[in-house]
Ligand binder design. Structure first.
Ligand code: MF3
Ligand code: CO
Ligand code: CO
Length: 253
């Protein structure tokens, strides 16, 4: 599908997306208390898979382009797409992004947050807080008469003003019955440029913000993306619909 075909969802379809998005937010809230020193990322994955099935949903990541697990768990220098592993045990001071995408009645809900394991360093705390604020500002920049570049500009301006960098190699995406579909949603850019936003468009905003360089590399497992300088990276994600008022966040509790 080319960049020219951006699906506009009906209000009925948007309500289905909201049901999936709410379930995604509930799943993340269910996992949050498990984020403690001593837990493995595989235990988080297995609980997520069990909970998702119990709620009559399907884990979209499992088997997606051969991704081997049900959620992504991205610790410290991992930017995104970290693979849960029994040998990866969380320790005090780590940060971990948990990214979940249940499919409910055919529709995807995509959300992620970065959590502190125990007590964060002042730098980790600042990075995570700035990244959450980047998502907030990106969402606030959505307007039914605006352009995609408005979102990236808002995020990039704030991240860089705080001394951090914006990942270029991974972007937000259109989402509906399909996990990843046009438009692309860069978290950097120039106001007034890019795809025109229209009511009924549904996409994610999911800024990945780095302590050091924005450059990424993918490990030999084919998935795990890490910072080239191995410094910290944080991420927050919501799925939103463009409405006549601005952004309608679909991944809320
Ligand atoms: N949920 C991720 C996103 O925000 C995508 C994960 S794809 C996977 O787009 F295969 F790694 F699960
Ligand atoms: Co996601
Ligand atoms: Co996403």
């Amino acid at each position: 599908m080319g960049n020219e075909t951006i699906t506009i969802l009906s209000s009925r379809e948007i309500e289905k997306m909201r049901a999936a998005g709410r379930l995604a937010a509930q799943l993340l809230a269910h996992l949050e208390p498990m984020v403690q020193p001593g837990v493995s990322t595989l235990e988080l994955n297995d609980e997520a898979e069990k909970w998702t099935k119990a709620h009559h949903a399907i884990s979209a990541p499992l088997g997606y382009h051969k991704f081997p697990k049900s959620i992504c768990t991205s610790v410290n220098e991992v930017i995104c797409h970290g693979i849960p592993n029994a040998k990866q045990i969380l320790k005090d001071g780590d940060i971990i992004n948990i990214d979940v995408t249940p499919i409910l009645e055919g529709f995807h809900g995509d959300i992620s947050k970065t959590f502190f394991v125990g007590t964060p360093s002042p730098l980790a705390k600042k990075l995570v807080e700035v990244t959450e604020e980047c998502l907030r500002r990106g969402i606030a920049a959505v307007s039914p008469n605006g352009r995609m570049g408005d979102i990236g500009a808002a995020i990039q301006e704030y991240a860089e003003s705080q001394g951090f960098s914006v990942v270029r190699d991974f972007v937000g995406h259109g989402i509906n019955r399909v996990f990843h579909t046009p438009p692309q949603v860069p978290h950097y850019g120039t106001r007034g440029t890019g795809t025109k936003l229209r009511p009924g468009m549904v996409f994610t905003i999911e800024p990945m913000i780095n302590e050091g360089t924005y450059e990424a590399k993918v490990l030999k497992d084919g998935w795990t993306a890490i910072t080239k300088d191995r410094k910290l990276s944080a991420q927050f994600e919501h799925t939103i619909a463009v409405s006549r008022q601005g952004a309608d966040i679909l991944t809320l509790l």
